[in-house]
Design a protein around this ligand. Structure first.
Ligand code: SF4
Length: 65
C-alpha cells in the first residue's frame, strides 16, 4: 500500500477470505514475511489472533506510543 498500512486499516492485499494475496510473493512486505505464526502471536483462535493484532497495531502506532 502506498505509504504503508495505517493501524486498524484493512490491507488491500487481503482477499474476501482474509487471506494475503501476496503470500509467497517477493513483493510481500518484509515486515509481513517476518511474522511467523505461533501460539504467542496468534493465540488460540481467529478472534484471539485479531485481538492480538489490533493490540500490536495500537502499541506500535507512533502517535500513541
Ligand atoms: S501479510 Fe501483509 S501484505 Fe499480506 S494482507 Fe497482511 S498486511 Fe497485507
Amino acid at each position: 500500500m502506498p505509504g504503508g498500512k495505517a493501524a486498524g486499516e484493512r490491507c488491500v492485499q487481503l482477499d474476501a477470505h482474509a487471506r494475503c494475496l501476496l503470500f509467497g510473493n517477493p513483493q510481500r512486505p518484509a515486515v509481513c514475511a517476518s511474522l511467523q505464526a505461533s501460539p504467542a502471536l496468534c493465540g488460540s483462535d481467529r478472534q484471539d489472533a485479531l485481538r492480538r493484532i489490533a493490540w500490536m497495531e495500537r502499541a506500535t502506532t507512533p502517535e500513541l506510543s
